[in-house]
Write a new protein. Sequence first.
Length: 260
Amino acid sequence: MRVKLLLIVALYSACGLCGTSNFQVTSVSNAAFIITEKDYGTNIGLIKTREGVVVIDPMPGKKNLDKLYQVIQQRSKAPVRYVLNTHQHGDHTGGNAYFVEQGSKVVATVSDLPEFTEFELKSHTSKDKVFYHSKSNSVFVGDIYDTSWHPTFYAGGLSGFNQAIEKILNIGNEDSLIIPGHGKPTSKVELRQFRNHTITWVEEIKALKEKGMSVEEIMNNDRVKALLRNFNIANKQDFIPKNAFKRFIERTFTVIDSGN
Ligand SMILES: [Zn+2]
């Protein structure tokens, strides 16, 4: 099983073969797929269940949605019956209306879907959902975890973040595939590293803030720059733009001030 997990993670990054126009498709099992749309980078779940086909987090954009529809049809002749969303941000819900027009039902819970278990958490937004598909052993965690960006735990603060990660680590088993809202799917090992990097980040920013350093001074601090690089797991040349780096520090300040 471990070999399989590694294979899925490797396939995601070396997916020249499975690219369909603006989409990259990774097979988790013969019934579960991750479709990554390139404009938003959203990881969309496609799962064929006994109760019908389920799509998780369809991104917006009519043109891309038409293509997404084709990509789905290549893997399932049955229509999409249910749409689930990990949270209410547009890059995860923008395609809902499109699927409703095709006859799908947007559901707030998985009560009609026995293959799924859901967990409600507060980290990235005040109402984050995590969906566990037991048959494929995959956990769709939305933007509580992003492997292509710095952490964004602004709604729940560090305590909400820690609770959310702890919860996710207790879902499934050590071989569960962790599917972030954006970026490559990973394992629990990497999720634990991400948690540690986030805790270290907040502690460091807090210490520098208490020393009276400004946001600009913190941006130029070598240790802070190194800590930011911990989140660049894909080793991108330009990880995040300068204004995003600045905003990340400012928002970390806000989290620290709120005492969460
Ligand atoms: Zn997102």
